[in-house]
Design a protein around this ligand. Sequence first.
Ligand SMILES: [Zn+2]
Length: 328
Amino acid sequence: MKTWSDIASIQPLVARMLTNSLAKQRVSHAYLFQGNRGTGKKAISMVLAKSIFCRHKSGEEPCQQCKDCQRIESGNHPDVHWIIPDGQSIKKEQILHLQKEFTYTGMESNQKVYIIEDAEKMTANASNRLLKFLEEPSKQTTAMLLTSNSQAILQTIRSRCQIMGLKPLNAANLQRQLQEEGLSPSNARLISALTNNITEALEIGHDDWFANARKIVVQLTEVLQSKPEEAMLFINNQWMPHFKERQQMQRGLDLLLLWFKDIVYSFVDNEEAIVFINEKDKLSQASLHWSKQETTDALQRILEAKRKLEQNVHPALAMEQLTLHLKR
Ligand SMILES: [Zn+2]
């Protein structure tokens, strides 16, 4: 995610708007990039900063090689300032320090860029300081505020920024990116069905717990099919010890839900939609075992178990009730 064409693959609209502004030399004084974790806020600010400073651009694409590009990449550019929360918040002193730095002209050009990550974490004092700063825009300064919650930012600050809303990633895009990051196609496929957040997806993908969770879910479906009388034992001995926390149990049920959806896709020969792509043999066996009605019932029961977990029903109880319904 280093180039405008990378960005365009996940945020086409924002990439087009920003490269247009660059081409017309109409970069705003302040941007507010708003989007969930993993939607590309940091990557966009990075490439925008490079495009502002790089002197060897091809079109609006920064070269990635020159001193400016490399120093921005490593966070060491003298005229590009990153502000991140100091502990839980961004404090007034951090904004004051920034202002002080900015009273000097740019070290190597007159251009200056500052990027505030998690901008919603500014204290009231920090916000007021920043507001003063934004009220006296200088031609050569570009501010980029990054946030997952723009409602938590002062309206007076927001109104001085060009607001760029970033879209959640769609599953196909996310899957492709996860594979580029080294995940196997089957894991990338499955995980992109669970979340649209790339950071979270990568965490899941590198987690042994998840790999085992996936195995246990498939094993449970096999036990339900071939030895239903042992299903309860399997829940007590295998499932519960692995899905200890409520969150983990929700994840396990999400996987089980995807499995039964895959059975539905097998019924209707929609191979494209299947997410357990490494288990197609087992899925076709499953589609012989379960009737359409039973599969639909199973999907409803799993959703019901998920709701019970949210309503603080004891996890073991919710899981036992679900298993009783599934093993008939
Ligand atoms: Zn460059």
